[in-house]
Design a protein around this ligand. Structure first.
Ligand SMILES: Nc1ncnc2c1ncn2[C@@H]1O[C@H](COP(=O)(O)OP(=O)(O)OP(=O)(O)O)[C@@H](O)[C@H]1O
Length: 765
């Protein structure tokens, strides 16, 4: 006991010492920032005193230029100093809140005395460059996450190093005081994790640096794989691992990698909002964040791309045709089809100007130009050359156009101001009136032809929609559709449906990627060579086609894909073959697959309950955090169910839990929200992904609850009517696994057979 007290006393003294140094540094930095700002201000205000703006002679103006140059250089230097200090200050301020969270002692080689290091959110060194705190991402810090006491290895830039770890100690520090500390032999002791996990949820995700688990550490620090594929149970820390991994990479490759070289695809906007504080908390900037929908639809401004809501309600998405169109085979068909376009088959359209009947550039003429280039031309060169030729032709059309009647009519109709605006200078002179008219006419024609010019520049002479339909029609000739259980008749009917939706400017999610890919191949659109890391969360809701297309778009990026095939709410059972299909896109030697089986989000009672919903859920391990058993509330009518819901909310509110009532779809969410309002119960309806997660009770449709978590979840109407099909298993699992501490399930009428699980694991009310 006394040793423990001694230890704590020692550690508190050490902490006081480090805190003192941090505070000192903070003062110094603030002072130096002030000085630099003052100097910069002085430089600016004396600028005109010092610089003689004297243009009399050559030498003095040289002096002026030099002086300006020097001044500028001084200012730039000050700015650098300022930025450097400001960055250090931000780190120091972060450390001041919590300087470190761990200590490890280790012996290198045969050293007789162990070395001690402290690990925190950033590095901190004294004047002599002696490190008082190591950044958690530094190579040596890895041993804290990775191993038990004894021999442990870590990767350093010089290669693998093995040390003998003799102590591992964890701290919980609050306002400069050690609240708690544990010595542990485990990777990261359960005790610390339990403390962290017992904190209540908020609407924002938090960083997990203090308690990263061994298997998560592997994901975070992996630098070798081109494809890192993580399959992990709900709540196993996949999203957390991504965010810590980004922070790690930004540190590991600092100077070479910035947050703009990293892109993350996430399930929806709401989720982006949920995770937005994690990286800044770790002192890093957020990466580029996007949903797949945003990625494709920003390129098709004239079309309505099927959104999450419609996609979820779209019942045909899972048909045989859907499975085929989502496959890598279909992706390869597009590639093959595009190759054949080098000989024939590109569909063109007329470019019109003024005359509604006669094309300005006839599509036949364009085709002739396009196919006039020899076999060595690739599609991309062909279109470039065609574009160039059309622009040349357009330039040649200007002079004859100027002589047309509409031009002189336009000149006459212009007001004086409008006319004046056409001249290059107000006092512009001309040799003759005819010259002047010609000049003005040219101006008018060039302006009027701008839209034509833009059409050429943007390849609008390709009839992309017809081209895509022509591809679809060619499909039965290119592949054996019967292998996909699709008859030729059904396929052709489907093509007509696509055509109809194009007419309405609608495009389905399972066409949009193929459409854009075909467009890219025809036009040779440049892919993004700069992107270095691509992260995809909730991978199970992507189709193999989409992943192949992302790979095509970011050819030089390393990919990290994370997901849980058990939570495939859009692709459902199709997701099972996902890994097989995408593994073909990457070098197997450079593919790492990691499984996370332990679930940290939920209490033992909830995880033990939810894993039974799955067909192969036995692999999921629960973390030993205790809470109440889930409760199933069977009611006969909507009214009774709402009463039950109110009772649940009342109990949850008394405990200050954030509760999410998760419904199957939007209609259900609207209904519950309305009913609650009628009974005077306040709750926020989350109907679109653009909303904010606010504190208080929420009503959310299932597809928007993806990736999120809440203290308490009420699954609304888990009746047989609502969830009867086996392929809705994933949906039921996704909904119930959002709960951290308390789970209630309400159904009306008959209970869904998907919830036929061991009655010992839940209570009924
Ligand atoms: N090592 C850890 N230390 C502390 N908390 C952790 C750790 N790993 C995960 N958690 C917590 O567990 C919860 C679930 O993590 P996260 O959302 O990253 O899981 P996920 O695998 O992405 O889940 P899902 O697939 O259900 O969306 C979060 O609250 C996270 O903070």
């Amino acid at each position: 006991m006394s040793k423990e007290i001694d230890d704590k006393k020692y550690e508190q003294e050490h902490l006081d010492h480090v805190m003192g140094m941090i505070k000192d540094r903070e003062k110094k930095l603030r002072k130096s920032i002030k000085t630099v700002e003052g100097e910069a201000r002085d430089l600016n205000s004396h600028f005109f005193d010092d610089v003689k703006l004297d243009y009399d002679g050559y030498s003095t103006s040289m002096e002026t230029a030099l002086s300006i140059h020097q001044q500028q250089q001084l200012l730039t230097e000050r700015e650098h100093d300022w930025q450097h200090s400001a960055k250090q200050l931000a780190t120091v301020e972060r450390l001041e809140k919590s300087p470190y969270f761990a200590r490890v002692d280790f012996k290198e080689n045969d050293a007789s005395e162990p070395e001690t290091i402290y690990i925190g959110l950033g590095s901190f060194a004294d004047e002599n460059d002696h490190f008082l705190i190591y950044d958690w991402r530094a190579p040596i810090s890895s041993i804290y996450y990775d191993g038990k006491l004894g021999k442990v290895s870590y990767n350093s830039p010089e290669g693998e190093i093995t040390v003998d770890m003799t102590k591992k100690r964890q701290f919980m520090i609050k306002d400069g005081k050690i609240v708690n500390m544990f010595d542990t032999n485990e990777s990261i002791g359960d005790q610390m994790l339990l403390e962290v996990l017992s904190e209540k949820s908020s609407t924002q995700m938090k960083s997990i640096v203090t308690t990263i688990q061994q298997e998560q550490n592997k994901i975070i620090r992996n630098t070798s794989a081109d494809l890192l594929f993580v399959q992990g149970a709900a709540g196993s820390g996949k999203t957390s691992a991504i965010l810590q991994r980004i922070a790690f990479l930004l540190y590991r490759y600092r100077g070479n990698l910035t947050s703009s070289d990293v892109i993350m695809f996430s399930p929806n906007q709401l989720f982006n909002d949920y995770i937005k504080n994690v990286l800044p908390e770790m002192g890093e900037q957020n990466m580029v964040q996007m949903t797949y929908w945003q990625f494709v639809s920003r390129r098709l401004p004239g079309m309505n791309v099927e959104n999450l809501f419609k996609q979820f309600e779209d019942k045909t998405a899972n048909s045989d045709i859907g499975a085929f169109k989502d496959s890598v085979n279909f992706f390869n068909l597009v590639t093959r089809y595009a190759k054949h376009l080098n000989k024939r088959g590109v569909v063109f359209k007329n470019i019109m100007f003024r005359d509604k009947k006669k094309p300005y550039f006839d599509k036949e003429k364009i085709r002739e130009i396009y196919y006039s280039y020899n076999q060595n031309y690739k599609l991309a060169n062909r279109i470039d050359a065609t574009r160039e030729e059309l622009i040349k032709m357009l330039n040649r059309k200007i002079a004859p156009e100027v002589r047309k009647k509409w031009v002189s009519q336009t000149i006459e109709s212009l007001s004086k101001e409008q006319l004046n605006a056409l001249y290059d200078r107000p006092d512009q002179e001309f040799d003759s009136e005819a010259d002047e008219e010609k000049f003005l006419g040219r101006k008018i024609v060039i302006k009027a032809l701008q839209p034509v010019f833009q059409k050429i520049r943007h390849n609008h002479f390709i009839n992309m929609r017809a081209q895509y339909l022509s591809f679809l029609r060619a499909v039965p000739k290119m592949t054996d559709l019967s292998k996909w259980n699709i008859s030729e008749d059904d396929w052709m009917k489907h093509v007509e449906e696509v055509k109809d939706s194009f007419r309405k400017h609608d495009i389905h999610m399972n066409d949009v990627s193929a459409y854009l890919y075909l467009y890219d191949l025809i036009t040779g659109r440049r892919t993004d060579f700069e992107m270095r890391y691509t992260f995809i969360d909730e991978i199970q809701d992507y189709t193999p086609f989409q992943l192949a297309y992302l790979k095509y778009n970011f050819p030089r990026a390393k990919f990290t894909m994370l997901g849980d095939l058990n939570q495939a709410i859009f692709t459902k059972d199709e997701s099972r073959s996902l890994l097989k299909q995408i593994s073909g896109l990457f070098d197997p030697e450079k593919t790492d697959v990691v499984q996370l089986t332990k679930s940290y989000r939920s209490t033992k009672q909830i995880t033990d309950f939810t894993k039974q919903i799955l067909r192969q859920g036995e692999k999921i391990e629960s973390f030993n955090r205790q809470g109440p058993k889930p409760v199933i509330w069977g009611r006969k009518t909507d009214e009774e169910a709402i009463v039950a819901l109110q009772e649940i909310l009342k109990a949850n509110d008394a405990k200050h839990f954030t509760t999410a009532i998760i419904t199957k779809d939007l209609a259900g969410a609207k209904f519950v929200h309305e009913q609650l309002a009628k009974h005077g119960q306040k709750a926020t309806l989350i109907a679109t992904a653009n909303q904010r997660l606010v504190p208080g009770d929420l009503v959310v449709p299932s597809y928007l609850a993806k990736g999120l978590e809440f203290d308490a979840v009420v699954m609304w109407d888990a009746s047989k009517e609502n969830y009867h099909a086996l392929d809705e298993t994933q949906l039921v699992y996704t909904i119930t696994s959002r709960a951290m501490y308390k789970l209630d399930i309400v159904y009306i009428g008959e209970k869904s057979p998907l919830l036929d699980i061991d009655p010992k694991t839940y209570d009924e009310k």
